[in-house]
Design a protein. Structure first.
Lengths: 165, 298
């Protein structure tokens, strides 16, 4: 049972850590770096509460070994807002009441953030497909989809308004 | 009450730098060492206590394991550790092997497909593996690397039973090779889960159709998932379609024969009886959809 020295960038900060062979990325984020926004739900890659961005793509952090993150760039929900300023997506979640108990919210925000990065104007269907791996037990799916669509529209309006340069 | 544990049982993680080194570690302790790629099936089985490897051999960084390339003979080689999103997003897969793209996209969720690999989906040898029927129909050949070097075998000879494959001690899968698909081919994968997306298949039916010199002028290949100990080809159904002109009548006949080819079990997701009925229905629908695509493409 070895430990491995790794270097990983988490929300822009470089971290040097000694991780155990069987330590998951989820455990590393929560227990070593105290980034507890990322949640442990099912530990089986189904619920999406542990979703984070690794090298630009969302993954279930319960399904990644910490040692595999050596050299990787990680973004967790704590890394979305900059200088206390929420992202348009986070604001849209608040405006549309897309949060009920909040447990699934960090994972949903990360999945939606990654969706808008690769597809700034998703259709409603594309948004739903991107969120298949994020279960909300309060079943507030409608508002999640509305919030994502609204954030996409706000970030890059599909039809420019009159007077826009 | 069941409480999921975020932790994994203890093991050693090793990252070999050559296929030979990987094979040597696997061969030395075949019972204790396991090749490891995406881990999306393996971690679940480890957390459930079904398997307990002492050494996890991370083979996904070996040369070519995550590469997709078309060679001079137009054979498409997909590295075993290529993620399902990389497979589904590749332009050659999208244009020439849309059936494989559809199958890859039907697995679990977007974020899981960023970890789950084509090779892992096949090596796990679940009868429900979504990419297996497409791999069978597209005449995929799996490349295995082991103590005596490389060997290649047809996907159909790879699956031996639930969770059991032709992989020998010391071997691991390095790639899947696909020949040029038949000219004018069209494909469809219909997957029935407990919900529309994200679930494992209760039953899955893949169909690949193309014009050729049979009595009917067309060939259809039919692959079934989750309705037998291994992913299956429904050969008698295929023969019926080679002998009879395409249409509702022959599709119905083939659907009956596909149902006969299925040997499903009762499990937590569905009864055997329901699965049989669904194989018939899905086969009929998939044939009709593939035929419509072929008519359109003429």
């Amino acid at each position: 049972m070895g430990s491995h020295p790794i270097t990983v960038t988490v929300n822009g900060a470089k971290e040097r850590l000694n991780v155990q062979s069987n330590e998951t990325l989820l455990q590393m984020l929560r227990e070593r770096l105290a980034l507890t926004g990322t949640k442990n739900g099912c530990s089986a890659g189904e619920c999406g509460a542990c979703t984070i961005v690794m090298n630009g793509e969302p993954v279930n952090s319960c399904m990644v070994l910490a040692v595999e993150a050596d050299g990787a760039e990680i973004v967790t929900v704590e890394g979305l807002a900059k200088d206390g300023q929420l992202t348009l997506l986070q604001e849209a979640f608040a405006e549309h009441n897309a949060v009920q108990c909040g447990f699934c919210t960090p994972g949903v925000l990360i999945s939606a953030h990654a969706l808008l990065e690769r597809n700034p104007h998703p259709t409603e269907e594309e948004t739903k497909l991107a969120l298949v791996g994020n279960l909300c037990r309060c079943t507030g799916y409608l508002r999640l989809v509305e919030a994502v669509q609204a954030a996409a529209e706000k970030a890059a309006p599909s039809v420019p308004m009159k007077g826009d340069a | 009450m069941y409480m999921p544990s975020p932790g994994l049982p203890e093991f050693d993680y090793v990252k070999p730098t050559s296929p030979a080194e990987a094979s040597r570690i696997l061969a030395e302790r075949p019972e204790q060492a396991r090749p490891f790629m995406g881990g999306t099936d393996l971690f679940v089985r480890m957390r459930d206590g079904l398997v307990r490897p002492e050494t996890m051999v991370d083979v996904k960084h070996l040369p070519g394991m995550q590469a997709i390339r078309l060679d001079a003979e137009e054979v498409l080689t997909i590295g075993a550790a290529t993620t399902l999103n990389q497979v589904a997003g590749h332009p050659v897969v999208q244009t020439r092997y849309p059936l494989l793209m559809e199958a890859a996209n039907s697995v679990a969720s977007y974020q899981l497909r960023n970890r789950a690999t084509l090779g892992g989906n096949l090596c796990n040898a679940s009868p429900a593996a979504d990419t297996a029927p497409a791999t069978l129909l597209l005449e995929g050949r799996v490349v295995l690397y082991g103590p005596s070097g490389e060997r290649v075998l047809p996907a159909e000879e790879f699956f031996l039973g639930p969770g059991t494959t032709a992989i020998q001690p010391g071997e691991f899968m390095t790639a899947v090779r696909f020949p040029i698909p038949p000219a004018g081919s069209a494909g469809k994968y219909l997957k029935l889960g407990r919900n529309k997306a994200g679930d494992l298949a209760i039953a899955g039916v893949a169909v690949l159709g193309f014009p050729n010199g049979t009595t009917s002028g067309h060939s259809f290949r039919i692959g079934l998932a989750s309705v037998g100990p291994v992913p299956l080809r429904a050969r008698q159904a295929e023969q019926a379609l080679a002998a009879n002109p395409p249409g509702e009548e022959s599709f119905m006949l083939a659907a009956e024969k596909a149902m006969d080819a299925a040997a499903p079990i009762d499990d937590v997701r569905a009864s055997a009886e329901y699965r049989e009925a669904m194989v018939r229905r899905l086969t009929f629908r998939a044939l009709r959809e593939v035929w419509a695509q072929m008519e359109e493409g003429k």
